[in-house]
Write a protein that binds this ligand. Structure first.
Ligand code: NAD
Ligand code: MG
Length: 390
């Protein structure tokens, strides 16, 4: 039985995690839940899963939830708010595993504190490793906790590596759908709308990651995430555009063997793999059918980095390390937020991230702690907004 703190419970990953719990009630217990502001859904989740504590990032919304709970005296749950609320919910002694599904670098602090406290982490929130991987990974080693990848590509790579000696790994081939704008030119990208960017061809996900998939920044973040999780240089990771999203990633071993993990594009399976590790849960999805589309026609191609420039920028950040990945990530969060609000054009995302990154580069430092990461992130976020006139 895993006793879960689900951070970001109202989002795409959070709700799918709770679906896994709902379908397997004897295998999991929900100890705490947190969200940004969606207290209507959080309230439903409280009534269904009876957590001991919840947190809402938005303080006013937390107060509103408290007032609503007063009219339901049969429900007993502690309500917290803000970053400290996320941390409190992650650290509850009753929880043994933290499912990190907050979006953005906001997820870093609670995961960092949870690792320090010896909790196992099932991690969807890739920005945590992009910004804080150099801090989190040594801490994971030191505390001996399990860091269980939920991001589908990383879950695939992880499974391919089970039982394999580390020095047998030669390269990682991380797959990417290519997003809704695969095959577009720069000119065509100039006037794409939010609606079109949100119409992902194969995956149904939260807003920020869907936009990241359309700029290929998602894959850039995932390359850095993989370099931390599997302790490998970004130059040993290739991005393979695979529009059918059936092969979730591959590894190449030193003798030339290539191992892949396949399945439907659904996050239910990676969530289950992480939460049941080292066991396996019972299949919840339809069976894999190799004879019907898209499984019977798999294709692979290179990413056009002349069009999707953020992928190369992420490789650069992954090589230079220091605070540059945090700066790139935070500038991207600011720009993607502005694009989602309809305030900027699609290509402004890349231009802004690049500008903030290049401005910061001369100040990049190698020695840093979590406060430096959060400070550099806040600074880059503010600078991106300033450049965008917001
Ligand atoms: P989402 O936007 O659907 O959900 C985000 C969740 O975080 C929501 O519950 C929101 O209320 C909560 N949240 C936001 N700020 C918060 C804060 N400060 N404190 C507490 N909660 C906060 O996003 P998502 O698609 O579920 O993605 C979550 C993370 O998982 C991202 O890092 C994403 O890159 C990663 N991921 C998602 C998918 C997917 O299929 N959705 C796949 C792989 C990785
Ligand atoms: Mg992914």
């Amino acid at each position: 039985m895993r006793r879960l703190a689900v951070l970001g419970s109202t989002g795409s990953i959070g709700t799918q995690t709770l679906e896994v719990v709902r379908r397997n009630p004897s295998d999991f217990e929900v100890v705490s839940l947190t969200c940004g502001s969606n207290i209507d859904l959080l309230f439903e989740q409280i009534t269904e899963f009876s957590p001991l504590a919840v947190s809402v990032y938005d303080e006013d919304k937390a107060i509103e939830l408290k007032n609503r709970l007063k009219t339901h005296p049969q429900i007993s749950v502690d309500v917290y708010y803000g970053e400290q609320g996320d941390v409190t919910c992650a650290l509850l002694p009753e929880a043994d595993t933290v499912l990190g599904a907050i979006v953005g670098v906001a997820g870093l602090k609670p995961v960092y504190e949870a690792v320090k406290a010896g909790k196992d982490i099932a991690l969807a929130n890739k920005e945590t490793l992009v910004a804080g991987g150099d801090i989190i990974m040594p801490l994971v080693k030191q505390t001996g906790v399990s860091l269980l990848p939920v991001d589908s590509e990383h879950c695939a790579i992880w499974q391919c590596l089970w039982g394999e000696r580390k020095d047998n790994l030669d390269r990682i081939l991380i797959t990417a759908s290519g997003g809704p704008f695969r095959g577009y030119s720069r000119e065509q990208l100039a006037d794409v709308t939010v609606e079109r960017a949100l119409a992902h061809p194969t995956w149904k996900m939260g807003g920020k990651i869907t936009i990241d998939s359309s700029t290929m920044m998602n894959k850039g973040l995932e390359v850095i995430e993989a370099s931390h999780l599997f302790d490998i240089s970004v130059d040993k990771i290739d991005v393979v555009v695979h529009p059918q999203s059936v092969v979730h990633s591959m590894i190449r071993l030193k003798d030339g063997s290539v191992l892949a993990q396949m399945g439907k594009p659904s996050m239910i399976l990676p969530i289950m793999v992480a939460l049941y590790y080292p066991d396996r849960g019972q299949m919840l999805l339809e069976e894999f059918d190799p004879f019907t589309a898209p499984c019977n026609c798999l294709t692979f191609e290179r990413c056009d980095t002349g069009v999707f420039g953020l992928l190369d920028l992420a490789y650069d950040a992954g090589r230079k390390k220091g605070l540059l990945p945090s700066v790139m990530n935070a500038a991207n969060e600011a720009a993607v937020g502005a694009f989602l609000e309809g305030k900027i054009a699609f290509l402004d995302i890349e231009n802004t991230v690049r500008k903030v990154y290049e401005e910061y580069e001369p100040r990049n430092t190698k020695e840093f702690g979590i406060d430096d990461v959060l400070g550099a992130s806040a600074e880059a976020f503010a600078r991106a907004k300033e450049l965008l006139g917001l």
